[in-house]
Design a protein around this ligand. Structure first.
Ligand code: B1M
Length: 213
């Protein structure tokens, strides 16, 4: 079994210490942080997601796996975030109202900070008004919304509508992402940017923020 598979297996089994040891070995071997994330940590979580869907595992197992995954992410965070230190502007980021999933959103934050973006992280279960109020108060030109549930992705449209109803469409751009979200959905709700992973989200945010400089 290669080290990536080992990390994936340990995530699935929720073995936090073993994840930490395997990630440490992978780092010592000079394996790329992006691969440790994609082929090890996220692979393990995707497997757990399938089992969760099929009722083979339940919320406690998923939470324990998520904790193990986060332990690994914390270790590679400095490598993922290594990058620009010049400030590129501000992004207000959060998981939308009704949704408590935050692992993907936290990765987006790490990647954005690595690109020199100041991220104001509102956490999870964030009401529509709070996204827009914060962006206005902080002078942020980008709101980033994450949603993992088909039942909450509609809140992203409410955020776009709220920005529009306050006459701020030219000032504040709304980026969206999360497993159930797609470019088609982005077009449908007239959001300003969609990406399917955290690294591309940070590139997209830099591109949007540049247009305000
Ligand atoms: Co939940 N859950 N969950 N869950 N959970 C899913 C999402 C689900 C697909 C599982 C399944 O059935 N296969 C399913 C949703 C089904 C649907 O809506 N169609 C589901 C469900 C149903 C639920 C509950 C309703 C279960 C219940 O209670 N009956 C419940 C809802 C709670 C709530 O939010 N109100 C629930 C609860 C939980 C836990 C608390 C146990 C836990 C969350 C822990 C936490 O986040 N702190 C959890 C988890 C961990 C998952 C799965 C297994 C993994 C999600 C994850 O962290 N993936 C998930 C199954 C799956 O996705 N395979 C599942 C890893 C993460 C890195 O990926 O978040 O997709 P992701 O982020 C990616 C991209 O999407 C993107 O970048 C990231 C990485 O590159 N991205 C963005 C994310 N946000 C972005 C924003 C951007 C751009 C890109 O721009 C702003």
């Amino acid at each position: 079994m290669d080290l990536y598979n080992e990390i994936s297996e340990y995530v699935q089994q929720g073995r936090m210490e073993d994840v930490a040891n395997a990630v440490s070995s992978a780092m010592a071997q000079g394996l790329p942080a992006k691969n440790i994330l994609d082929k090890g940590l996220m692979h393990g979580m995707a497997e757990i997601g399938e089992k969760f869907k099929n009722n083979e595992v339940f919320v406690p197992e998923v939470l324990i796996a998520a904790r193990a995954m986060n332990a690994g992410i914390d270790m590679i965070k400095p490598l993922l975030a290594a990058g620009d230190s010049d400030s590129k502007g501000k992004v207000v980021l959060g998981t939308v109202k009704g949704d408590l999933h935050d692992i993907g959103k936290n990765l987006v934050k790490i990647m954005m900070e690595g690109k020199g973006i100041e991220v104001i992280d509102l956490g999870t279960d964030v009401p529509v008004q709070k996204f827009v109020d914060t962006a206005t108060a902080e002078g942020a030109h980008v709101i980033g919304c994450s949603a993992l549930l088909t039942t909450t992705m509609g809140v992203m449209k409410d955020v776009v509508d709220e920005v529009e109803s306050r006459g701020l469409r030219d000032e504040i751009k709304v980026m969206i992402g999360g497993a159930p979200v797609s470019q088609g959905f982005c077009d449908e709700i007239r959001a300003d940017g969609y990406t399917d992973d955290a690294a591309s989200a940070s590139d997209k945010a830099v591109e949007i923020l540049k247009s305000f400089q």
